[in-house]
Design a protein around this ligand. Structure first.
Ligand SMILES: Cc1cc2nc3c(=O)[nH]c(=O)nc-3n(C[C@H](O)[C@H](O)[C@H](O)COP(=O)(O)OP(=O)(O)OC[C@H]3O[C@@H](n4cnc5c(N)ncnc54)[C@H](O)[C@@H]3O)c2cc1C
Length: 542
């Protein structure tokens, strides 16, 4: 087979965020030959900077986006059952104060609409709280001016990065090819038809090409760069108008809510969240129009100060200051371009754009939430089939679980915890389940063959050494940063992974044959990557 044939696919997917990964899985499960490419790592773009909520979008009701809310609520339900190890129910409290733009009556109406639109849900319906019930449920809330509150449910995915990884595992299990740290830097265009892409490996510098009948550009905030930069700009109108959103991460603090809070900010009336997450709290987000380098999106000191001030106003005991910020996340919402108007009012609906007749063989995905990635993927793959001129087989992803949640997940958990080997502690077993679901079994099998992989990486953390080679050998990691930030999730702890990085590099050296220079370079790159998140530990070290 010549290399062109070897590199020939039905569909090339550019971008392995949640949407690209979802499209790759959907297409592979429906029988297409797929190539999935990312210039960085799986889930390293916007997907890693979201609020990590699988939500209907209560707020979108105000903009009458009923179909988006319904779609999101249906997908929320599907995700709760397809990935129970990753997606969990999340109770939220919405306090209502004097002077808020919406009083208890309006909030109640919204809550009823939200319940009606999720009539087939497994989560509890909303409840309205009186002022005293609200203070009983969330004693940390500022009591002055509090009128009432609403309690409702959505869902949370602590690690959307893992959702991406599992979609890719399923895609590859069904024949897809994935290439990370590989950028598309040009299209192969013949007579106005995109026939393929030029690729460069960002780690080795090697170049090659891949060919497909259809290419799907799912590059999130980079969608315009992919097209405009690569020779098809004459047919181009700007698609994405990203708004920047930042979160701060802090340790549990005095008065911290038991459940998530969804609050109207005092300074500008914008809604934001205080969310218990991964043993810590995530507070955000901001929403600011952004024109700049999509590769270097960093929370500004103003955004950090805004979020701290709001939290202290909402929960006076919190008394948070800049020193309490462990790290931040900042990303760009890949929203449809609108030159004017309020940021919060820009539609969160996605669009699958066909560039024909200007350019054939190319689709671009604009917008899309974490929550609706699966339905977006279904729609995009229907469009791919249309372009291929083939009848689309039925989607399987509406009911099929992700690889970490084989059937009867609860029974698996009970069995796994009850029958764990003597060398695996209960905290380590539980930690493995929370990250890998049923795939935890494979990690245990790896460590069963090699006693050195049974040790915990560092004292006081349940992660065992086997997760490091597992990430490289079974989950497409290529760098230490991939492993810490987007496979083991160790870099999402309170110290942003700084305390475990060297131990992880030592295990990688032993199992992947790295020499000292490679280990040092990997550590350096990891620290460079997390520097964008302004981790406290790095600031002190600097
Ligand atoms: C602050 C914030 C909060 C949010 N909160 C939520 C929430 O709570 N719930 C929710 O449902 N949604 C939320 N969202 C929206 C959601 O996170 C995004 O819409 C979603 O993650 C977009 O995924 P994506 O795959 O389209 O893009 P991305 O995750 O950005 O992926 C695009 C990928 O394309 C790759 N790429 C770019 N250029 C190239 C190239 N030339 N070659 C190869 N690869 C390339 C990038 O490396 C990247 O990995 C939030 C977004 C933000 C910013």
């Amino acid at each position: 087979m010549d290399s062109e044939q070897q590199n020939r696919f039905d569909v090339i997917v550019i971008g392995a965020g949640i949407n690209g990964a979802g499209i790759a899985r959907e297409a592979a499960l429906r029988g297409l030959k797929v190539l999935l490419i990312d210039k960085d790592d799986l889930g390293s773009g916007t997907t890693a900077t979201s609020s990590r909520l699988i939500h209907g979008g209560l707020r979108y009701l105000e903009h009458y986006e009923f179909s988006l809310v319904r779609e999101s609520l249906r997908e929320r339900e599907r995700l709760l059952s397809a990935a129970p190890h990753l997606v969990k129910p999340l109770p939220l409290t919405l306090p209502i104060y004097e002077g808020h733009s919406r009083g208890p009556f309006m909030i109640r109406l919204g809550m009823i609409a939200y319940d009606v639109l999720s009539y087939d849900k497994s989560l509890p319906r909303h409840r309205m709280f009186t002022r005293s019930q609200a203070l009983e449920a969330e004693p940390g809330l500022e009591p002055e001016g509090l009128r009432a509150a609403a309690r409702y449910y959505d869902a949370q995915v602590d690690f959307p990065e893992r959702l991406v990884v599992e979609n890719v595992i399923d895609a590859v299990g069904n024949g897809a090819v994935v290439r990370t740290h590989t950028a598309v830097d040009g299209f192969i265009i013949e007579a106005g038809v995109v026939r393929g892409v030029h690729l460069v490996d960002m780690l080795t510098g090697e170049r090659d090409s891949a060919y497909a009948t259809v290419t799907v550009n799912v590059a999130g905030p980079w969608v315009d760069d992919v097209v405009a930069g690569f020779g098809v700009s004459s047919a181009w109108k700007r698609l994405i108008g990203g708004t920047k959103g930042s979160h701060i991460v802090v340790e549990p603090f005095p008065g911290a809510p038991e459940d998530a809070l969804y609050i109207e900010a005092r300074q500008d009336g914008r809604p934001y969240f205080i969310i218990p997450w991964n043993g810590l709290y995530m507070i955000g987000t901001t929403d600011i129009r952004f024109e700049g380098d999509e590769d270097r999106v960093v929370a500004s000191e103003e955004e950090i100060a805004y979020l701290l001030k709001e939290t202290n106003l909402a929960i006076p005991q919190a008394d948070l200051s800049r020193e309490d910020v462990l790290y931040t996340f900042s990303g760009l919402r890949p929203l449809p371009y609108q030159a004017e108007g309020a940021e919060g009012a820009i539609s969160r609906k996605h669009i699958v754009k066909d560039h024909a007749p200007q350019i054939e063989g190319l689709l671009s995905v604009i917008g899309g939430k974490l929550t609706t990635y699966r339905s977006l993927a279904e729609e995009a793959v229907d469009d791919v089939y249309k372009k291929l001129g083939r009848k689309a087989p039925k989607s399987k992803t509406r009911t099929q679980s992700l690889p970490g949640a084989e059937s009867n997940y609860d029974a698996f958990v009970e069995h796994f915890l009850g029958n764990r080997p003597s060398w695996l502690s209960e905290p380590s077993a539980s930690w493995l389940l929370g990250i890998y679901g049923t795939r935890a079994r494979q990690i245990v099998a790896m460590a069963a063959d090699d006693a050195s992989l049974r040790e915990t990486l560092v004292e006081g953390h349940p992660a065992i050494a086997a997760v490091i080679p597992f990430a490289f050998e079974q989950e497409f990691a290529r760098t230490l940063a991939d492993v810490l930030l987007r496979r083991t999730m160790l870099a999402l702890g309170e110290d942003a992974g700084l305390g475990v990085a060297e131990a992880a590099a030592r295990v990688a050296s032993r199992t992947q044959g790295w020499d000292d220079a490679r280990a040092d370079a990997e550590l350096h790159t990891f620290r460079g990557e997390i520097a964008l998140q302004l981790p406290k530990g790095l600031a002190q070290a600097a």
